[in-house]
Design a protein around this ligand. Structure first.
Ligand code: 16G
Ligand code: MG
Length: 539
């Protein structure tokens, strides 16, 4: 590794032209695309260092997910498909922000502090979304990888979950699946078709969905699934353009605005699905005969999956520990249903996929979903083995075998490496088909508490500090007492605040039994934030 080459290429071809500070947050670097060139170059270099440190292939994804087209971003993916380890987020931030003339010394310091053996080979898998800026940024990362003497495989335009899948398959020598896009489509589609078998248990289930692909990369993947699943599931795809990415469409828009995209021709009580710009989030929704909009978000998907798995585990006789992981944003109605009706343990962790994923790994079968639609299911190897054994064992009854083989196929439909909008959609469709449910039957399992989110702009959002999985505010002092006082006035009142990791705002969440009160709780808590945390205006 020639440090002067790394610095010179950076200085001359990918100079830092932006003076502000850029931070590696919950989802990597994410900001305006025009200021990211030097960051991508340096992340190419860092991916090589990370690959050497782990002696494994590292992923590099260029996307800004549900942000507007003018933004972009990059995140590194660790060998087991996880988000970059937290201690390296700091390293990434430092390397992205140093002056051009400090690149060489910074890289050398990282190598020595992290005990990296520079002779270890390094390899990076690159993917990018459909943004106009993504191709050039991919080239900048390739320049960084090459300057640091690493090798790379560029998969071009792919979804974020496909990148995670490719990293895991490569690092497990194909035991998780073939490290190709064909392997990805084949694995998920074959499992979907095999579990689906005969007709649904009731004619309420109609094998057709309207899918809003957010004008993003998910449209490409959805088209491929549509082809492979012909005769099993009819996927009508909308918002497939290369422009207007996430504009008035996509999972985030639908979740936040609580309306269907105008471009999706909704029909009464028909299942509609929206995914986000890099296809790692999914929400369902429908419109009833009174034109009322109903959202079935990540909480609903989690409870649907949990109920299905619990039933199959019972039928199979397998004694595996099933658990569900949520964040404070999970609707209280869903948590109550999981704990008291499904009787499945629930854990609550801070916002951000990495927290949910890690917690879920503690269970034999760990289901995790954020309310915003990001989630998946992870299985311990020992659980997969036990399920496969039961499905094949002559000691099992036919009913036990049948339940275990359904579980085994469900494992294959799921992209365990990260939340995957399309894989999650196939899982939901599998379960609705198995239960013979339409969207109304799915929604009727429990009632959501009315809820509201608002943002508060403050001078410095870092003055907010929370504990107990973000459910309690410890700083500024006195704010939690104010929140407690406000919510205590309302039945089933709950509210919490946290600093956003992706926007310069403080987020306020409120829920309670009566929809007429929820706005008041949110506004009162927002006022308390403004008063005690230096608020500037409410947007
Ligand atoms: C990021 C996170 C997502 C989280 C969101 C919260 C990943 C891959 N993504 O998009 O899980 O829900 O941030 O945003 O971890 P906020 O901090 O702005 O509320
Ligand atoms: Mg996303």
């Amino acid at each position: 590794m020639d440090f002067s080459v790394i610095e010179n290429v950076g200085k001359t071809q990918h100079p830092k032209t932006y003076d502000g500070h850029i931070q590696y947050g919950t989802a990597g670097f994410r900001t305006r695309a025009t200021i990211l060139d030097h960051v991508l170059y340096r992340m190419g270099v860092l991916a090589v260092l990370r690959s050497k440190a782990k002696n494994a292939v590292i992923g590099l994804m260029i996307t800004a997910s549900h942000n507007p087209e003018c933004d972009n971003g990059v995140k590194l993916v660790d060998p087991a498909g996880e988000m970059l380890e937290a201690s390296w987020e700091k390293i990434a931030t430092e390397l992205a922000n140093v002056n051009d003339s400090d690149i060489s010394s910074t890289v050398q310091r990282i190598i020595s502090e992290q005990n990296i053996s520079i002779n270890t080979p390094a390899s990076v898998i690159i993917g990018r979304d459909t943004r106009t800026s993504s191709a050039a940024l991919a080239n900048s990362s390739i320049a960084g990888i090459t300057a640091a003497n690493g090798t790379f495989k560029n998969f071009g335009v792919i979804t974020t979950p496909q990148l995670h899948y490719l990293v895991v398959c490569t690092n497990t020598n194909g035991s998780y699946g073939d490290a190709t896009l064909e392997g990805y489509y084949r694995k998920l589609s074959n499992a979907f078709k095999s579990i689906r078998g005969g007709s649904p248990s009731s004619d309420k289930y109609v094998p057709s969905v309207k899918l809003d692909a957010a004008n993003g990369v998910g449209a490409i993947a959805a088209r491929e699934f549509k082809k492979q699943l012909e005769g099993f599931l009819n996927i009508e795809i909308y918002n497939v353009a290369n422009e207007n990415l996430n504009h008035e469409c996509g999972a985030d828009y639908v979740k936040v605005q609580q309306v269907p995209p105008a471009t999706v021709p909704v029909e009464i009580n028909c299942r509609c699905v929206s995914i986000d710009g890099d296809a790692d989030r999914v929400v369902y929704y429908y419109v009833d005969e009174k034109a009322k909009f109903h959202l079935l978000d990540g909480d609903r998907i989690a409870t649907l999956v949990a109920g299905y798995f619990k039933e199959l585990l019972n039928k199979s006789g397998l004694n595996l520990k099933l658990g569900l992981v949520q964040t404070a944003y999970a609707n209280g109605g869903s948590t109550h249903y999981i704990e008291n009706v499904l009787k499945i343990p629930v854990a609550c962790v801070p916002t951000g996929v990495k927290h949910l994923h890690h917690k879920a790994l503690e269970f034999d079968i760990g289901i995790y979903f954020e309310a915003n639609g990001h989630g998946t299911v992870v299985f311990k190897d020992s659980a997969i083995e036990a399920i496969r054994e039961t499905s094949a064992s002559s000691d099992s009854s036919t009913a036990q075998k049948d339940a275990a083989s359904k579980l085994a196929s469900a494992i294959e439909v799921i992209n365990q490496t990260v939340g995957d909008a399309l894989s999650d959609m196939l899982l939901v469709e599998t379960i609705l088909h198995a239960n013979g449910w339409d969207v109304l039957a799915w929604e009727s399992s429990y009632n959501d508490l009315p809820n509201k989110q608002v943002k508060v702009k403050v001078e410095d959002r870092n003055v907010i500090s929370t504990t107990d999985a973000e459910r309690k505010c410890v700083k500024p002092v006195g704010l939690q007492e104010e929140i407690d006082k406000i919510v205590s006035r309302y039945p089933k009142g709950r509210s919490f605040i946290r600093a956003s990791g992706t926007e310069d705002v403080v987020r306020v969440y409120a829920e309670c039994e009566n929809s007429t009160d929820v706005e008041k709780i949110a506004q009162d808590v927002a006022s308390a934030v403004r008063r005690l945390a230096g608020g500037v205006s409410l947007s």
